[in-house]
Ligand binder design. Structure first.
Ligand SMILES: [Mg+2]
Length: 378
């Protein structure tokens, strides 16, 4: 009988063909051939298309999995207590540039971007795990700095660091953080619950982090061409801080809770308002009307946008990494929401057929494209 089973299979890999011992693992019908026959570029799917593709056959086997892939965080039931869980990975050269990112800030930001996803579910973050892949170009002192930032964020947001993993990277630094948050029973907010004529709200202001990044990229180029020129960051502290040391929206979640407002849908703004608005509209099967004059843009963001020759509205719509919250509420919440000094009502939802549109200050209606940052496209 064994003679019927070949001991070695020829396996096609990305690097050619090699013989591999037969291992009865999944199924003998498994085929490796597709790797060499077809090749679909990852960039043709984009980040979200790739997630859809990889999870298309994902099966839920446990009743305790209340919400799976496709939102800011998953929600599970742990013996009657609901928890939100989210993971984010930051890769050197893709998500951060160590030429202008202080390690302490990097550690802080890596935690905050994860907590932002937990708040976006209307949960209160409680624990994180931190995994690092590091090369020997980092010293213990350098790692201490990253951890100083991590601990500072844990302290600021009342979160415990409870585990993780440390491994070797051949070149770049990779930080992967998983965050866990606690939820009041059935109070989690997905992207899919918005209803027609809900108010569309956003916390804080938009586009500042993008301006901060553009300044740092500009100064990096100048420094590379002439290392004797030191950057002058005067008057730019605000936008630089928004990029290097963002904060998660704990106060917004607390405000909504105090006012007994449960948003119908919510998402954090990591890729840009337009991209996040598309997520809510797609998952809630709605359209949206946004008013340009209502977009909250900080004065410093406007000044920098002018310096760079980019419309401030474009920065607000498409600049990423603000980590503000975008959410929808029933129109009955208008009076309560209006009392919050840092929440702006920027528009309302409508039927899907009406599309996702911006009413400009000149009173034109233009379609909003989802043009968020897509590191996989580069
Ligand atoms: Mg998110």
């Amino acid at each position: 009988m064994y003679a019927l089973v070949p001991w070695y299979y020829n396996v096609h890999t990305m690097h050619g063909e090699f013989s591999m011992p037969y291992v009865h693992f999944l199924s003998a019908s498994i085929t490796f051939a597709h790797m060499s026959q077809e090749r679909t570029e990852i960039s043709s799917l984009g980040e979200f298309g790739l997630i859809d593709h990889l999870t298309r056959n994902n099966e839920i086997r446990n009743a305790s999995t209340l919400l799976s892939v496709g939102d800011d965080a998953a929600v599970i039931d742990s013996f009657g207590k609901q928890l939100a869980i989210s993971t984010d990975m930051l890769v050197e050269g893709v998500h951060f540039d160590l030429m202008y990112t202080p390690l302490r800030h990097l550690g802080y930001k890596a935690v905050v971007v994860n907590l932002s996803d937990i708040y976006a579910m209307n949960a209160e973050p409680s624990q994180i795990t931190v995994s690092l892949a590091i090369s020997n170009r980092f010293s213990v002192e350098a790692l201490d700095e990253i951890y100083e930032g991590i601990h500072l964020a844990c302290e600021r947001y009342g979160v415990d660091l409870v585990g993780g993993d440390t491994t070797t990277s051949l070149k770049g630094l990779i930080i992967s953080i998983t965050a866990i948050g606690e939820l009041a029973e059935n109070q989690f907010v997905t992207r899919a619950g918005a209803e027609i004529n809900d108010l569309i709200c956003v916390s804080g202001n938009l586009g500042a982090a993008y301006m901060g990044m553009l300044i740092l990229e500009r100064e990096k180029k100048i420094f590379q061409e002439n290392p004797n020129v030191q950057p002058d960051f005067d008057q730019q502290q605000y936008v630089l801080e928004r990029f290097l040391k963002p904060e998660a929206q704990r106060e917004t979640i607390q405000f909504l809770r105090e006012k007994s407002i449960l948003p119908t849908a919510m998402i954090d703004i990591s890729d840009g308002l337009s991209s996040e608005l598309h997520h809510i509209c797609r998952q809630s099967k709605l359209g949206a009307l946004i008013y340009e004059e209502k977009l909250p843009i900080h004065e410093n963001t406007r000044q920098m946008a002018e310096t760079f020759g980019i419309p401030a509205t474009t920065c607000a719509l498409n600049g990423g990494e603000d980590y503000e919250l975008l959410f929808t509420v029933n129109a009955a919440a208008f009076a309560s929401i209006s009392t919050c000094p840092w929440i702006s009502i920027i528009g309302h939802t409508c039927a899907a057929e009406e599309g996702i549109k911006l009413i400009t200050t000149a009173n034109n209606k233009v379609a909003i494209q989802a043009q968020g940052w897509n590191p996989l496209a580069g």
